[in-house]
Design a protein around this ligand. Structure first.
Ligand SMILES: [Zn+2]
Length: 96
């Protein structure tokens, strides 16, 4: 992007559209940033609540919990975490 290389009339049009693009980009960046600043809730899941005779419990941010449950389910119960299983996990999830 080198400004000033095109003649008169067209330059202002290009500048206007660039400004508009930057404006949209700023809104996007702001939206992303505010999402990141949202405090993450801590969650806890007990394997027993999922119907397993198992004392495995995990707590942490929701992504960590889902990750840990997926690994545990696969390693210890030979269960693949399908979207249905993930929904069940979220269903028994408790706020910590
Ligand atoms: Zn378990």
């Amino acid at each position: 992007m080198v400004p000033g290389s095109s003649p008169g009339g067209t330059t202002s049009k290009i500048k206007a559209s660039q400004r508009c693009g930057a404006f949209l980009f700023n809104i996007l960046a702001l939206t992303l940033r505010s999402n990141q600043q949202k405090p993450k809730k801590m969650k806890s899941v007990c394997c027993r609540d999922l119907g397993n005779d198992c004392d495995f419990t995990v707590s942490g941010e929701i992504d960590e919990v889902m990750d840990a449950v997926a690994r545990h389910a696969k390693e210890f119960h030979k269960i693949d975490v399908t979207p249905e299983v993930a929904e069940a996990v979220k269903g028994v999830m408790k706020d910590v």
